[in-house]
Design a protein around this ligand. Sequence first.
Ligand code: ADP
Ligand code: F6P
Length: 471
Amino acid sequence: MSRLVVVSNRVADPRKTAAGGLAVALAEVLNNTGGMWFGWSGKTIEPGEPGPHAQERPLHTHQAGPVKLVTMDLDRQDYDAYYGGYSNGVLWPVFHYRLDLADFDPAYITGYRKANQLFAQKLRPLLRDDDIIWIHDYHLIPLAAELRALGCTQRIGFFLHIPLPPPLILAAIPGHDWLIRALFAYDLVGFQSNADHEHFCRYVQAEAHAQDLGRGRWRAFNRTVQAGAFPIGIDVDEFVALGQASEGREMYERMTREYSRRQLLVGVDRLDYSKGLPHRMQAFRSLLQNFPENRRVATLIQIASPSREEVDAYTDILHEIESLCGSINGNYGELDWMPVRYMHRNVARPRLPGLYRASRVALVTPLRDGMNLVAKEFVVAQDPADPGVLVLSRFAGAAEQLKEALLVNPYDIEATANAINLALHMPIEERRTRHQALLATIRRCDVHWWCNTFLETLAHTQAEVSGTPWL
Ligand code: ADP
Ligand code: F6P
């Protein structure tokens, strides 16, 4: 049987907590399939630090159960240009429809290409001829082209965990054609939603004049690539088991005891401007303003883990959230009731199911999101006899699947406040019916379904070693 080689910027020990959809999902997949997980070590080499040059630097190897983790360090200046610069200063904002936040500094693309070349040089000698290679996310779009340039003929798949915007937004990136051309070095390219896939199809037709070969196959740059939507899921059984384990149960009991006279709302996110946290806070403030019966009762617990603090837009959002939480608590709080409890840190994963289950409502209201796994985790953690309600942004990829959630436009603060009020007062029969339908969908399309469907499709793509889309 072929070995699975997964490549992503972020690599996490599958046995430890990680914040971020990619790390959580890949850890679950690899725990099951075994194989190799290759990526960045999380360590940067500062200028002037003694030691070998990047090309000669040894890799770090660590066996974590069935998974061999292999990681590499990056030089500080390369990392800054590749990760903070091009990946999170250009691709992340543009792919989340935020052209206003993009910084098209030409030095970033150079660092991005250099880091991808280094990934390819380091990975190439570790590969076997019959490996299946699965590359993840926007940090590594040109990696297949770099590997092919080094002679790799293996099947290579790519999955984009974040949204793909419409062609005219994508086309704002200087050198956007280079990025899309790089996708033609893959055999299969997967997106989170049908909307993202459709944007890809429209882009390659309009900008690359690709030929539509049918059944998701496109021909351009002398190569054929297959594309499709493969919505990512969670490991439902694992998350249920986590909820039944002692830490999950203790958390649930502690929260229900502590908030016995309150109704809890919960938000769990990385602190990212795409997650719509200021809009969410404003909607919660409108709820308290417009529906005063919720005062002294509704308590919002917002957990936001630190993320990408080296990028300016992330420090801006941090200050905005702190000031909004402070003003809501200052204006509406009572001696015995704090409307918002905000924590700027990670929660240990074993505690999450207990926190979700103790909450009557989850607020998952990103302005844009590839999928959003928190929405799925919340539903799975509920007591089916007395389930909570999911308030979900229509702009999360998850909204394509989770139609029975209360779907909201997070930019419409008043409408979101109305939906939150509806969720807090929803009759139990309606809560059960919605929950049952949501759970069935999440179970059917879990993380193993996602992985199997992608890899089976990849295995059946027509292998093609010819073509020269190399950059
Ligand atoms: P993203 O990949 O953009 O971070 P997702 O919602 O798809 O968003 O995935 C986030 C994952 O990280 C989920 O599994 C969630 O439980 C976890 N996570 C996010 N924020 C935290 C946090 N503050 N503490 C613990 N886990 C978190
Ligand atoms: O899921 C989207 C994503 O960008 C992943 O690629 C990443 O692992 C996660 O969010 C967390 O971001 P970062 O790796 O930058 O901390």
